[in-house]
Unconditional design. Structure first.
Length: 95
């Protein structure tokens, strides 16, 4: 991956409450974040996804101090961007 970017959902996190968080990227310029099946934020920037051995950070930003204080149950990297409907279906199946 070349380029940097982030999309943030400014939701309150409640301890011991399960959350369904999905980030998508359209492969061109738009990143989206969904929380519990609802779109919370978008951001536009140019990132080129490439096949390489670089690290991907889940629950942390490489330059930031600290990680998510909790458990991450499932991480997946689909080959295509999920639609809002697919995100909602995933949330409804997992809750």
């Amino acid at each position: 991956m070349s380029g940097d970017g982030a999309v943030v959902a400014n939701d309150t996190v409640v301890l011991s409450v399960w959350k369904h968080i999905v980030g998508t990227y359209d492969g061109i310029s738009v990143a989206k974040i969904y929380v519990d099946g609802v779109l919370k934020n978008t951001n536009t920037y140019a990132i080129t996804m490439t096949s390489n051995t670089s690290n991907y950070f889940v629950g942390n930003v490489a330059a930031a101090a600290g990680f998510v204080d909790g458990r991450i149950a499932l991480v997946t990297f689909p080959s295509v961007e999920w639609t809002a409907l697919q995100v909602a279906q995933s949330f409804n199946q997992e809750k």
